[in-house]
Design a protein around this ligand. Structure first.
Ligand SMILES: NC(=O)c1ccc[n+]([C@@H]2O[C@H](COP(=O)([O-])OP(=O)(O)OC[C@H]3O[C@@H](n4cnc5c(N)ncnc54)[C@H](O)[C@@H]3O)[C@@H](O)[C@H]2O)c1
Length: 314
């Protein structure tokens, strides 16, 4: 029985990953360390709270004593760090918690993992660390880091610190950088869950600028499969981009949501653009494909499943 410490497992991707992993394997114990910020919700894991292979601990990844206690109490084989302040708009109005959790918290986890030893440390990062693209081109894992907002900068900083723990101390770190995830259990502040829940209430869907910014959408279950693959077969010291080549403008995503819900386009309004709003993200995913990854969900299928979930739960 191997033990995985998952941080931020009560959030969107973390809770999907825990469910996916416990469904797939019976030979792992999962410890979920989560501070339960506004974005963390234990209801996301209601169906597995009594699973004998699952344990929840409420706490902050930046609390070194607590993280040391967990490592001393359990033999942690793997750590997957999902915990983060993750909302770009919040990082623009108040960057401090992003520095605390995303940078200092990650360093605490790395330090304690170094102290106690670990088989793999997976740092969950984002395509936003690369900055923005124009209409052409893709970021690969060697592209320079040019984060444009405090959230992205805090994630890029954590990536560099994680890399330094590999280079300096030989800590077996792997970094994953995925594109925008969507799917069930996402707190309705990000575009897709916010617009689905607003449209259900016939509330306005407010697009930044002209709605032409482009994101590359990845259904969360595909990301969980990619992380599982990286945990098993990824090379330490490496970075893996994860994406599904589902590029859409924000306006296209919004129209698709309205279309699937049978709602009128008049719900769309436009507001002043976000500060430093990146125009386009797109990933070259050759490296993860070479590991055997292939996304199973195209955008429309993933969106239908997501909408079905929100229809049932909101
Ligand atoms: N959502 C995306 O589209 C996306 C894309 C690429 C990368 N990522 C990365 O994936 C990870 C998970 O993202 P998400 O969308 O699930 O985020 P989320 O905001 O839904 O969840 C974050 C979780 O971390 C917890 N948390 C926050 N601060 C903490 C702390 N100090 N100590 C312990 N727990 C803490 C929260 O309570 C929450 O449960 C993040 O690292 C994010 O940067 C997300």
């Amino acid at each position: 029985m191997k033990t995985i410490l998952i941080t931020g497992g009560a959030g969107f991707i973390g809770s999907n990953f825990i469910r996916f992993f416990l469904d797939k394997y019976q030979t792992y114990k999962i410890i979920n360390l989560d501070k339960l910020t506004y974005a963390g919700n234990l209801a996301n894991l209601k169906d597995i709270e009594n699973n004998p292979n699952y344990k929840f601990i409420k706490g902050d990844i930046a609390n070194q004593e607590l993280v040391q206690y967990i490592f001393s109490e359990y033999k942690i084989n793997y750590l997957i760090n999902f915990a983060a302040q993750s909302h770009v708009d919040k990082s623009i109005t108040g960057p401090t918690p992003f520095i605390k959790t995303n940078i200092e918290g990650t360093q605490v986890l790395l330090e304690v993992a170094k102290e106690y030893g670990i088989d793999k440390f997976i740092q969950i990062s984002t395509d936003e660390v690369y900055g923005e693209l124009g209409n052409k081109g893709y970021f690969n894992e060697k592209s320079p880091l040019k984060p444009n907002n405090p959230y992205a900068a805090s994630k890029a900083s954590a990536d560099l610190i994680a890399r330094s723990y590999y280079q300096t101390y030989n800590l077996p770190v792997i970094i994953t950088r995925s594109s925008n995830n969507f799917g069930p259990f996402q707190y309705p502040e990000k575009l897709i869950p916010l617009f689905i829940t607003n449209a259900l209430k016939d509330k306005e869907l407010t697009l930044y600028g002209d709605g032409k910014n482009i994101r590359d959408w990845l259904y969360v279950k595909d990301n969980c499969r990619a992380i599982d693959l990286i945990l098993k077969q990824g090379q330490v010291g490496e970075i893996y981009n994860v994406g599904a080549n589902n590029e859409r403008t924000n306006l296209e995503v919004t129209e698709e949501i309205l279309n699937l819900l049978g709602k009128d386009k008049s719900l769309i309004t436009y507001v002043k653009d976000r500060l430093a709003h990146d125009y386009r993200y797109a990933l070259d995913t050759t490296k993860i494909k070479e590991l055997g990854f292939k996304a199973e969900y195209d955008f429309k299928r993933g969106l239908k499943k997501t909408i079905d979930w929100y229809l049932e739960h909101y």
